[in-house]
Ligand binder design. Sequence first.
Ligand code: PEP
Length: 250
Amino acid sequence: MPPRPLFVANWKMNGLHADGLARASALAGHAAGGDCGGDIVVCPPATLLFALRAVFAGSQIELGGQDCHATPEGAHTGDVSAPMLADAGCAYVIVGHSERRAGHGEADETVAGKAAAAHAAGLATIVCVGESAVDRDDGRALAVIGRQVERSLPDGSTTDNTAIAYEPVWAIGTGRTPAQADIEAAHAEVRAGWERRFSGSGAALRVLYGGSVTARNAGEIMAAPGVDGVLVGGASLSADAFWQICQACR
Ligand code: PEP
């Protein structure tokens, strides 16, 4: 049986208290109408976590962080630790997003350290991998994806505490998406990388697609073999659009 789909909203650095609450309340209202058939995670800015915990209490919507530090506490100005996210009500955390890999110089080993800290705090990780436009043009997309999977996952990763998001960097926020066949090939490589790393079956691993997912293209993307959910940036800033995306597994 394929894994239960996972729909992740990544609000990034968007949302002040009032509009974050309004968006979350609208989404909770949609979710109150019934199970969409998948798990739903909202990753707001850290400033909104405690407020949104109250909004999502008793709903099927889980909270996630957008990043965490590799250590549980200490002198790391501006960072948020995995135990802090858990304390704020998170069940998940994104690690290795390309905006962190590029904008904060995070290497695969850094990502693995963060994921290990998240698992130690009881959080499930959404580990992001994906090739750049240059990687794809030069024909090494699958090699890059496979290498990132093998190096970005810590020992102790399981299909219960880990999902992997395939996010081609050139598709994030650009309105461009890969061909269905390229998504299928990338997801197969993610699963193969998991199997090489953990010598076990990747059938239960949730592999998400991310990059310019909208309410219009979500159904087609979810229909690609090996796609177990989506990670959504821009379109998740509309509760209506994100809820329509969550219906895509029906
Ligand atoms: C993302 O931030 O992970 C993302 C996929 O963004 P967008 O949906 O806007 O492309």
